[in-house]
Design a protein around this ligand. Structure first.
Ligand SMILES: CC(C)(COP(=O)(O)OP(=O)(O)OC[C@H]1O[C@@H](n2cnc3c(N)ncnc32)[C@H](O)[C@@H]1OP(=O)(O)O)[C@@H](O)C(=O)NCCC(=O)NCCS
Length: 149
């Protein structure tokens, strides 16, 4: 299956990027449009996957918690495109970016349903974290980046 991973660049691309983030991670829990955006977006590294007609099919974000720690957030692949390796590829590029930014560790809060995905990518659970919308249990996971690369 053809897809390409790139950074959203234009205003139109960002609009579609946030819309898909909302559709996949907020709308199913009746959260209003706008609830998918926070106040540090401008400081973050954003990635999306597009199909052969340039439609956005996946989104992901990396934020920087300190000089050495990055965090993956708002990661989602549209349903018809799941389990085709797109999530793995997005995380790989986020990790490369974190490494190029001198980060030593990546943390994230995984939905319970996504814990197995992150475990396959080398992340391990360190704690139970928050409950989103009173129902989605999250788990704090970490991965130390290979500093020998
Ligand atoms: C979790 C998610 C991002 C995974 O993306 P994806 O593109 O489907 O994952 P990939 O195809 O790259 O899968 C990589 C590996 O993880 C496995 N995997 C994928 N989703 C999984 C899941 N939910 N649980 C366990 N394993 C999973 C795949 O089978 C694959 O294993 P393999 O290498 O042995 O073949 C995607 O399912 C999704 O968007 N889910 C809904 C939103 C969400 O939960 N986002 C995360 C918020 S914390």
């Amino acid at each position: 299956m053809y897809y390409k991973i790139k950074e959203p660049a234009s205003e139109a691309e960002f609009k579609h990027y946030y819309h898909l983030r909302w559709q996949l991670l907020r709308a199913p829990w009746n959260q209003p449009e706008g609830s998918e955006v926070d106040d540090i977006e401008d400081l973050c590294f954003h990635l999306m996957a597009v199909d052969n007609s340039n439609q956005i099919i996946a989104v992901a974000r990396l934020q920087f918690n300190s000089d050495s720690e990055a965090q993956i957030r708002y990661m989602a692949v549209a349903k018809p495109y799941r389990v085709k390796g797109i999530g793995r590829e997005l995380v790989k590029v986020l990790e490369q970016h974190a490494q190029n930014s001198s980060c030593k560790i990546i943390v994230l809060d995984a939905r319970e349903s996504a814990v197995g995905f992150y475990q396959k990518l080398g992340y391990r659970i360190v704690d139970k974290s928050y409950l989103l919308f009173d129902e989605i249990q999250h788990f704090r996971m970490i991965k130390k980046l290979d500093t020998n690369l």
